[in-house]
Design a protein around this ligand. Structure first.
Ligand code: GAR
Length: 192
């Protein structure tokens, strides 16, 4: 791939459902010269996502989709992605599962960050499960999104030590700190 100069960055959409700390981190990363991506669209499945405030803060287009009818919502998202010429999707705490049809129809790269050392602990409550199992290590994974949940090809992982004093909340904090380093590193790895 041609080296990117910052003039022609890859148009990216970030999908969120919650706090948006990864979103904020990716937006900040996208603004540095060496970033291969620009953030052009923020999508959420709920108006309650706190991270939507970053759309206003950074003047990025946002759109909230109602998922009462899953198929309809995904169809509408695909139309918007096409209209905005989005070439790359980053899921960042997005808690809906993209359908196989959506992944196929978008046809370009989609990546996700997951708060565990995949293939361990797919799905929810990763930190409490790791503590309950007396694991010594937790961590996070950036991976391609495939039709099967949390099972796409791994791009990068970062390990975090679990101490005897950790509880799910403290572990979440520790892992999140590493997520903020890992996501930009994974994006750099993909496009450079
Ligand atoms: C992050 O820990 C992310 O890894 C996780 O949700 C959190 C979102 O935090 N994602 C998943 O569990 C996806 N299955 P954020 O909204 O502050 O970025």
């Amino acid at each position: 791939m041609e080296k990117l100069t910052g003039l022609k960055k890859i148009k990216t959409a970030v999908f969120i459902s919650g706090t948006g700390s990864n979103l904020k981190n990716i937006i900040k990363f996208s603004k540095i010269k060496k970033s291969p991506i620009s953030i052009n669209l923020i999508i959420s499945n709920t108006c309650l996502a706190k991270g939507l405030k970053y759309a206003e803060q950074f003047k990025i287009k946002k759109k909230i989709f109602n998922f009462k009818d899953y198929n309809k919502a995904e169809k509408k998202i695909l139309i918007l992605l096409k209209k905005e010429k989005i070439e790359f999707i980053c899921l960042a705490g997005y808690m809906k599962i993209l359908s196989a049809g959506f992944i196929k129809k978008f046809g370009k790269k989609i990546i996700n960050i997951h708060p565990s050392l995949l293939p361990k602990y797919k799905g929810l409550n990763t930190h409490s499960r790791a503590i309950k199992n007396k694991d010594k290590l937790a961590g996070c994974t950036v991976h391609y999104v495939a039709a099967k949940l949390d099972s796409g090809k791994i791009i990068l992982q970062k390990k975090v030590k679990i101490s005897a004093r950790d509880n799910p909340a403290s572990l979440k904090k520790k892992v999140l700190k590493q997520e903020h380093k890992l996501y930009p590193a994974a994006i750099m790895k993909i496009f450079n």
